[in-house]
Design a protein around this ligand. Structure first.
Ligand SMILES: Cc1cc2nc3c(=O)[nH]c(=O)nc-3n(C[C@H](O)[C@H](O)[C@H](O)COP(=O)(O)O)c2cc1C
Length: 149
């Protein structure tokens, strides 16, 4: 059974709504195990076939927690090469954070990334939540394509 991590941060709950919708959809359309987490140790990343990161954009950047996780993962030489990676997040006007996360996943960790990331402006409405579900389905499809059903 494939294991998917949905790791997210959310200050006012918008990215959290996205994370929940993505995780629920993956569970609804597959038997894959989805862990929804706020914090994780770098070593634990190795346990997953897909790593999906949710980050809102604050001050044109991702959160410092997420940066620290990437720093430690690189320092400890934890290998994420070939794992499926995706990024999403709520934003207000510029929305850099999910793009920055995806860039690191692709260039530093050589992950198999889903491009583009999913961005939703402020609180996801019904149409936004549908986009989150579609995103969840795409992640499942990529895993099945890569590793088999
Ligand atoms: C102090 C502050 C700084 C922000 N900076 C940015 C920014 O640089 N770019 C952007 O697109 N949105 C920015 N936003 C908007 C947030 O990304 C937006 O409110 C988002 O929905 C927050 O998601 P969350 O509820 O998951 O924390 C900022 C919001 C606050 C309060």
């Amino acid at each position: 059974m494939y294991r998917i991590l949905v790791l997210y941060y959310s200050r006012t709950g918008n990215t959290e709504k996205m994370a929940n919708a993505i995780a629920e959809e993956i569970r609804a359309v597959s038997e894959m195990q989805v862990d929804l987490k706020y914090h994780i140790k770098p070593e634990e990343l190795e346990n997953y076939d897909a790593i999906i990161i949710g980050v809102p954009t604050y001050h044109h950047d991702m959160t410092s927690d997420m940066k620290t996780l990437f720093e430690e993962t690189a320092m400890k030489n934890i290998k994420l090469k070939g794992k499926v990676g995706a990024a999403f997040g709520s934003y207000g006007w510029s929305g850099e954070a999910p793009r920055l996360v995806l860039e690191i996943m692709e260039n530093k960790f050589e992950m198999d990334v889903l491009n583009p990331p999913l961005l939703i402006k402020y609180t996801p409405d019904q149409a936004g939540l549908e986009k989150c579900k579609e995103f969840g389905k795409k992640i499942v499809e990529r895993l099945v394509q890569k590793l088999g059903a």
